[in-house]
Design a binder for this molecule. Structure first.
Ligand SMILES: O=P(O)(O)O[C@H]1O[C@H](CO)[C@@H](O)[C@H]1O
Ligand code: HPA
Length: 296
């Protein structure tokens, strides 16, 4: 069996159908929690959760096991302010060595669970010189660097049951949801640290060199990270609406005189500091997203 067909439609459907037998929650919103942002999933009420274990022995290459409370790396079902949601508390990254189709598999499972809107969060380094650590950047577009080299999650045979061979990406980040985030952010008093910009994904896991940060900035990227774009491509391919944001957890080093060094501890620390505000922004948005593709 080829890698691509192992992550095919039937396998996704079988996994989603099994998950739906384990919970009464019928999620319309799917949330992906970025590094240090797992607290979003903890906001869900009446949780049913499953540890996910990338596995060579399962059909889909990804097992979901009914799990014991307290374990990270799990799929959480529940309600957020009364709205049925499913949350990836932790995600997979290219640098962990998984095939790109495995990294994005949970997004297709979201679709099969009935999710209409995907909200993706991540931690990212700020390239835009106007950004500060702690800013929340609403993503308006992305640069898929691994895609430039052919590493796109849609590479391989296309299954039309998911979507078309050549999906449009110029409208990947839903304009109305971006406006909703801006409106909610203003209402919550977040105006000073709410920004909009372009996210660039790299393969990682090494952080960028100074020269790399400089070139990415010149290419038009405002923030750099190692996730999100693959998930967004898969979500758009199968027709879900997408909202995404980056928490700017560190400033990308662009200056040879600088003593700053990117490190994961700072990423997690910034996540902790902004967690509450970020959770409030996302959860308020969830209450306003209407499922006829409008918002209140
Ligand atoms: O994109 P998320 O998963 O938020 O994580 C970001 O933080 C990690 C680096 O500190 C990388 O995995 C990067 O992609
Ligand atoms: O500076 C960064 N670079 C890449 N990924 C990241 N994730 C958080 N910060 C960064």
């Amino acid at each position: 069996m080829s890698e691509c067909s192992r992550f095919g439609y039937e396998d996704c459907k079988a996994t989603a159908d099994w998950l739906l037998t384990q919970t009464d929650v019928r999620p319309l919103v799917g949330i992906v929690c970025g590094s240090g942002l797992g607290g979003l999933a903890d906001m869900l009420k009446d949780q049913v959760f499953f540890n996910y274990i990338p596995s060579e022995s399962s059909l889909t290459g990804l097992c979901f096991c009914l799990a014991v409370h307290g374990h990270a790396g799990r799929l959480v079902f529940g309600t957020l302010k009364g709205r049925p949601c499913v949350c990836m508390q932790g995600r997979f990254h290219l640098y962990e060595g998984y095939p790109i189709q495995k990294i994005t598999l949970p997004i297709r499972i979201f679709k099969m669970l009935g999710v209409e809107t995907v909200m993706v969060t991540n931690a990212a380094g700020g390239l835009n010189q106007d950004f500060k650590v702690g800013d929340i950047m609403i993503i308006k577009d992305h640069i898929n660097m691994p895609g430039f080299a052919g590493n796109n999650p849609l590479a391989g045979p296309n299954d039309e049951r998911f979507g078309v061979r050549f999906p449009c990406m110029s409208d990947a980040y839903d304009r109305e949801l971006r406006q909703l985030a801006m409106d909610v952010g203003q209402e919550l008093g977040y105006g000073d640290f709410l920004k909009e910009g372009v996210y660039c994904v790299l393969g990682g896991p090494s952080f960028e060199t100074i020269a790399e940060c400089r070139i990415l900035h010149r290419l038009g990227a405002d923030a750099v990270g190692m996730s999100t774009a693959h998930e967004v491509i898969i979500a758009r391919h199968c027709g879900m609406r997408v909202f995404a944001l980056s928490l700017i957890t560190n400033q990308a080093v662009m200056d040879y005189e600088s003593e700053m060094k990117a490190n994961h501890e700072e990423v997690l620390q910034t996540g902790k500091q902004r967690a509450e505000q970020l959770e409030r922004l996302v959860s308020t948005m969830v209450t306003r997203i209407e499922h006829n593709n409008n918002y209140a």
